[in-house]
Design a protein. Structure first.
Length: 175
């Protein structure tokens, strides 16, 4: 299964999150104690209910989510940086949205929703250098329609119990 969409954030961070865990959030007062500070987000990562995609930059970026698939040859060729694996446990629906859009009434234009089997998954995030591929950048600098996305998120069935997973708010280590 592959899904793709441009997702906006004004918080500098996107989050892949378990819908069931946070569907009760319906106000800033509900959201603030769970996601305001990095320490709060680290707790959510630690309980495997959220995976950050944090590059400290606002904007609208193209995301491709692939479930139980690998990167293809073209995608591999333009990987800029890869995260370590994060763990995500879901009750069935996961959502990718800007950090500020974690709430029960998140709309389709604010997110990508994915239906999965209930259980544990490993998540790896790839930052793609789509503009390095010849012919994929328009004169104005925007991507051609068939350009690769900015990010590819691989979600794989969890195969190793007890494995150490990444728990950092920053998705990628400094080179």
């Amino acid at each position: 299964m592959t899904m793709e969409k441009a997702i906006y954030t004004g918080s500098g961070m996107w989050i892949l999150w378990d819908y069931e865990q946070y569907k009760g959030i319906d106000s800033y007062d509900d959201w603030e104690p769970v996601f305001l500070e990095d320490e709060d987000i680290e707790k959510q990562i630690g309980i495997a209910k959220a995976v950050p995609i944090n590059i400290h930059s606002d904007g609208c970026f193209q995301f491709r989510i692939k479930v139980n698939e690998a990167l293809d040859e073209r995608e591999c060729k333009y990987v800029c940086v890869k995260s370590e694996e994060y763990r995500l446990v879901t009750d069935g629906i996961i959502v990718l949205s800007g950090l500020e859009n974690i709430y029960g009434n998140v709309t389709e234009d604010e997110c990508i929703k994915v239906q999965l089997e209930k259980g544990g998954y490993s998540v790896t995030v790839y930052l793609i250098e789509w503009d390095a591929e010849p012919g994929m950048k328009k004169e104005d600098g925007s991507p051609m329609p068939d350009a690769l996305p900015d990010f590819i998120v691989l979600i794989q069935d969890e195969k190793t119990v007890g494995k150490e997973y990444r728990k950092a708010v920053d998705t990628f280590d400094e080179p």
